[in-house]
Design a protein around this ligand. Structure first.
Ligand code: B1M
Length: 210
């Protein structure tokens, strides 16, 4: 891997937003592809941090400040990704379900989807099924994405999926988040399950070509 990508990852782990920004600008100046910078630098750094979290090497505050550092790099790349002529593949309305305040994973998934050329409408956290329905009416998305990080909010995911399907039977829904499984997704009537950002991109593409 390019040394610059390693430096970006390291700056993310050190939650050094200024350095992430300047290294990202340098990578752009060196002519590196923005998609590569996202995947190998920014998202790569956050994914590795997720692994360190799982093994108990880092804790919540580090994850939060690192996510902020990653956002500093994304702010540099976002206009380039959009203007790079990456074909807009479709619109995705996304949110974390009711009573759930976790959004780091959702935001990473959004970065990956945006990097893949989708337009994202982010409804944020603690999103009620009514709010999802209003957003579907307004944005007519190709896919709706639901994220849940708590076992206690998995019922919200089920209820939201059911509400969406009741009003918009043809609406494609993808779900994901740490406690969510492929089986749970199937059981609640979702169209797809995304294990992580890269998988969500593949599954959304598959949904749209089906
Ligand atoms: Co909370 N929390 N938290 N937390 N938190 C967990 C989830 C927990 C597992 C920690 C633990 O106990 N070991 C636990 C849940 C236990 C359970 O339900 N079985 C837990 C708890 C209990 C709580 C509180 C109840 C704690 C309390 O107050 N007593 C509370 C609940 C608040 C609420 O939501 N109502 C709470 C609060 C918080 C903070 C606010 C402090 C903070 C969230 C900040 C934020 O998100 N802005 C927080 C955090 C950071 C975590 C942990 C430490 C990290 C989550 C994270 O960001 N991971 C988490 C422990 C853990 O995960 N092991 C924990 C990194 C992120 C990159 O991964 O989110 O899994 P993840 O996203 C992945 C995939 O899941 C997937 O792709 C992402 C990228 O790879 N994915 C999708 C996610 N959404 C997707 C959608 C898709 C497709 C893929 O399609 C649409």
């Amino acid at each position: 891997m390019d040394q610059l990508m390693k430096d970006i990852r390291e700056a993310i782990w050190n939650h050094d937003a200024g350095k992430v920004k300047s290294l990202t600008e340098k990578a752009v100046g060196d002519g590196l592809d923005p998609g590569v910078i996202v995947n190998e630098g920014l998202v790569g750094g956050m994914n590795q941090l997720g692994e360190k979290f799982k093994s108990g090497e880092v804790f919540i505050p580090e994850i939060l400040v690192s996510a902020r550092a990653m956002a500093a790099g994304m702010a540099v790349l976002k206009p380039l990704l959009l203007q790079a002529g990456i074909r807009e593949r479709g619109t995705i309305v996304i949110g974390t379900v009711k009573d759930d305040l976790h959004d780091i994973g959702k935001n990473l998934v959004m970065v990956m989807l945006e990097g893949a050329g989708f337009r994202l409408v982010d409804l944020g956290i603690n999103v009620t099924s009514e709010k999802f329905l209003r957003a579907i009416e307004e944005h007519k998305p190709d896919v709706v994405g639901l994220s849940a990080l708590l076992t206690t909010t998995m019922p919200s995911m089920k209820e939201t999926t059911a509400s969406i399907k009741a009003v918009y039977p043809g609406q494609k829904v993808i779900v994901g988040g740490a406690p969510v499984t492929e089986k749970f997704a199937r059981d609640i009537g979702a169209d797809a399950y995304g294990a992580d950002g890269a998988d969500a991109v593949d599954k959304v593409k598959a949904l749209l070509s089906a």
